[in-house]
Design a protein around this ligand. Sequence first.
Ligand code: MRU
Length: 339
Amino acid sequence: MRTIDWNDDSNSIVMIDQTLLPMEYKVIECKTLASLCEAIKSLRVRGAPALGAAGAYGIALAAILSSASDMEALIKDLNVAAKIIIATRPTAVNLAWGVERTISAISDAYDLNGIKDVVLAEAKNIADEDVATNKKLGKHGAKLLEDGDTVMTHCNAGKMACVDWGTALGVIRSAVEAGKDIKVIACETRPLNQGGRITTWELIQDNIDVTLISDSMSGHVMSKGMVDKVIVGADRITGDAVFNKIGTYTHSVLAREHEIPFFVAAPISTFDPNNWEDTVTIEQRDADELRFFKDVQIAPADVKVYNPAFDATPMENVTAVITEKGVFYPPFLLDELLA
Ligand code: MRU
């Protein structure tokens, strides 16, 4: 199934609970806005494009659950829901993009039920488009990979971070589909281990050769000539920086030092022309993510913790950005790219 989907029978959002992977594969249902927000905050659904779909479906859910009896009251309810959803995770711009695009669809509706219909239809469009976008992006990016390449990736920018196929892993999947022999080095991605738990799980299912390393090994494997290219996803791309999972910046510096191409794969919906690196809010996560591993304590329970979920990689460290519109080499003007 898709990572996240809409169930027409129960009027609810269904998703694979990613916090349980790879030990357990469980599909959960969100029937209320509160349960969706909990799922986003706790990373049951995660990854920028998947969050775009989650935000869009969240507005559809809010419309269906609203008891408003006229259009004005319903629109008010949806704007309140939009604020609540967007506040769950501040860095991945796709979340706000999915919410806002769905809200914009309201202008095509003429009555109360019309609003409910158009927002659900728009949310479904967003989810469908994500799959098509990733396939296009994958084909563009696959041309950058050569037969025999070993590609390092960080976090999970695969099917589970999107509705399907993936961005960084989508490029790898498209290259493999084109007959290229590609090996992957997956960085563990502390503290929540999206690389170790989810990227490796996805690639093993697709029979793509994958080796897991801890994040601190990336410099070592690059210096030993074990990495031909790095590909990561993105949570937000401003004119000057790429925001992605914490640790991405470190890999970019190491890649530059070792003259290894550093690619970012992301849909156009991840670009943010309204911000610069210093105006983006980086999500700070709970201290216990570093003090505990699940239920096991791994640091003093009262130790001070700094736990940003994302970092910013300056555009100078990026060889190219792979999108559904093609491959772009910095320096580029965001406005021209988005036109
Ligand atoms: O905190 P997460 O797991 O939502 O972070 C996800 C990432 O950083 C991904 O690399 C990014 O969203 C790109 S996903 C195609």
